[in-house]
Ligand binder design. Structure first.
Ligand code: ATP
Length: 270
C-alpha cells in the first residue's frame, strides 16, 4: 500500500466565546457584570484554503511563527478536527505524537491505562497483551504498574505516554516538536526510538522551530502564516523563506519601536 496525504482547500473554522469586559465601578458592580454578562459566540478561521500533497518517502517540516497554524494542521491530519470546508485524504496508518497525556484516566492504574490508550490508538487487544511488558520496560514503570496514574510524577506519565505511542511502527508519523520526555537517560533512549520510528515511517510530518532538525531530517518544508501556506518546497528553500520572514518581522518591529520613540520625543519637545 502506497502512503500519501492529499489536502485540497482545507479550511477550519472553530467556534469560541468572547467574554464581554467585566468591569464595574466597584467590586459589587464587577460582580454583577460578571454574573449577567452573556458571552458572544464567534468563529475563528484557523486554517484557510490549505492544499498540498505529500508522497511516500517524504519527510516534511511545518515551519512558521507562533500561532501560524502548524499544530492545528497536525490536529486536522490526526483526525482530531474535521475540516469545515475542503477535503483530506490519508492513505496509511497514523501515529501521532502530539499530546502524550491524551486519553489517560487518572483514576486507572498504569497497567489499565496501557489498555485504554492502546485501544484508543486502534491496537487490538491480543496485540496489546503482547506489547504490554515491553511498554512497561521501556517506560521503566514495571515495578509500579498497579499504581493509579494520579500518583505518578509528570515525567513518569510522559514516559508512559511516549512508550505507548511509539510501541508500534506506523506508515505516517505526525510529530509536534522534537520533544524531550523524562530525565536525561530516558531522553536519550526516547530519541533513539524516535529516530528509529522516523526511519521506519513512509511519511513524516513534524512541526518545529528547529532548523537543524529540519535540515537533518526533512526532505521538504511547508511554511505557514496566518493559517495559510506561505511557501511549500524543498527543505533548504523553505528554511530560507522562513528565515527571511522572521528577519522581516524583526525589522518591522524595530522600525515600529523607532517610529514610536521618535513620535514620543517629538511630542515631548512641543
Ligand atoms: N480552539 C481554538 N479556538 C480559537 N482559536 C484557536 C484554537 N486553537 C488554536 N487557536 C488559534 O489558532 C492559531 C494557530 O494556533 P496553532 O497552535 O496551530 O499555532 P502554531 O503554529 O502551532 O504555534 P506555536 O509555534 O506557538 O506552537 C493561534 O492564533 C491560536 O490562538
Amino acid at each position: 500500500m502506497t502512503a500519501f496525504i492529499r489536502a485540497e482547500g482545507v479550511t477550519l473554522d472553530v467556534p469560541y466565546y468572547e467574554q464581554p469586559m467585566r468591569r464595574g465601578k466597584n467590586w459589587a458592580g464587577t460582580l454583577l457584570s460578571a454574573a449577567t454578562a452573556v458571552p458572544k459566540r464567534q468563529f475563528a478561521r484557523l486554517l484557510d484554503d490549505v492544499s498540498f500533497e505529500i508522497r511516500e518517502g517524504e519527510r516534511v517540516i511545518l515551519l512558521g511563527r507562533n500561532g501560524a497554524g502548524k499544530t492545528t494542521l497536525l490536529r486536522v491530519l490526526t483526525g482530531a478536527f474535521q475540516p469545515t470546508v475542503g477535503s483530506l485524504q490519508l492513505n496509511g496508518s497514523r501515529q501521532a505524537l502530539l499530546n502524550l497525556g491524551l486519553g489517560f484516566n487518572q483514576e486507572a492504574t498504569v497497567h489499565e491505562n496501557i489498555f485504554l490508550r492502546a485501544t484508543a490508538m486502534g491496537i487490538d487487544s491480543a496485540k496489546i497483551r503482547d506489547v504490554v511488558e515491553s511498554i512497561l520496560d521501556f517506560a521503566e514503570l514495571g515495578n509500579i504498574s498497579n499504581r493509579r496514574l494520579l500518583t505518578l510524577s509528570s515525567g513518569q506519565r510522559m514516559r508512559l505516554g511516549f512508550a505507548i505511542s511509539t510501541v508500534v511502527q506506523h506508515d505516517i508519523m505526525l510529530l509536534d516538536e522534537w520533544f524531550g520526555a523524562g530525565d536525561f537517560g530516558f531522553m536519550r533512549k526516547a530519541r533513539e526510538r524516535l529516530v528509529d520510528r522516523v526511519r521506519g515511517s513512509k511519511i513524516v510530518v513534524v512541526a518545529s522551530h528547529n532548523m537543524e532538525l529540519a535540515r537533518r531530517l526533512c526532505t521538504s518544508g511547508i511554511v505557514m502564516e496566518g493559517g495559510k501556506i506561505a511557501f511549500s518546497g524543498p527543505v533548504a528553500d523553505a528554511i530560507q523563506f522562513y528565515r527571511k520572514q522572521v528577519e522581516a518581522s524583526g525589522k518591522l518591529q524595530v522600525e515600529l519601536a523607532v517610529a514610536t520613540a521618535q513620535a514620543i520625543a517629538a511630542r515631548a519637545e512641543q
